[in-house]
Design a protein around this ligand. Sequence first.
Ligand code: CP
Length: 334
Amino acid sequence: GVNIKGRSFLSLLDFTTSEIEYLLDLSVDLKRMKRAGVPHRYLEGKNVALVFEKTSTRTRCAFEVGAHDLGMGTTYLDPSGSQMGHKESIADTARVLGRMFDGIEYRGFEHEKVEKLARFSGVPVWNGLTNEFHPTQALADILTMREEFGDDLKGKKIVFMGQVGNTADSLAVICSKLGIDFCQCGPQEDVPGNRTFQPWIWERCQDEAAKTGAHLSVTDNVKEAVSGANAVYTDVWVGLGQPKELWESRIALMSPYRVTDEVMGMAADDAIFLHCLPSFHDTNTTVGAQIAQGFGISEMEVTDSVFEGPRSRVFDEAENRLHTIKAVMYATLG
Ligand code: CP
């Protein structure tokens, strides 16, 4: 049987196909219990630290509610409220937290930081998002796919429309490990403001795909990418807090890759729409309104009609963050 007790969860590259499937099966069990109101306080008396150097809604709430459902206590360290990396080295903070907590979640920037935290703390560390990877997100994405298409997703196809980043990286990794076809569709030129896959990540995914039969590709041709896709996935084109010049060039670069009804119409008949959220589809949000005013556009990475439409599974996907993150904590601490 699979046993990942004591392990950190930093990147899905570190986990085998069976270990990933085990985490997904466990997520299904935990979701069923939660929905049926069956208590599952399996980790009563343990405590976890939730370190966020960037803001979060879903990830933070999933870790907090997940930990509480498992009977654990939580301490949240906000983006500015800890000494880590400023007044104290990562290695020192890691050793302190490791003396007090049974597990540590970390969201931040450089992936090396979460690796260092794991190396020095001596307790399981879970990656809540780094520049390179967003592994808990990918687990929730695939749980949502399973709910729609069944447990065996071999031969299904997911298209990621738009900007490469941590979400696309982890999606490519999990698809390659599970034999799911994956295509990233976006500009492929080496121009300022554009990001394509880092060669080392893409090569690792190709190695995994060779074992599982997954077909991985990148293209700038929307029709070619979306044809036959069972899921069309997207993410925001630019992060909050990034300079206006970047917004301007990124919007111009990414606009051809907006997920519209027409794009969904090119996919398989049963295709679903996925988005890790938050989304800027809604110009009623502060950021959405700024974009609409500043750039004279009313729609960003996805149209309202797709986001709110019958193929959208974005809120199931968001809920699944809870069940999958809970599975990760339980499997590594239980
Ligand atoms: N998808 C995701 O990571 O959401 P948050 O940034 O709200 O945690």
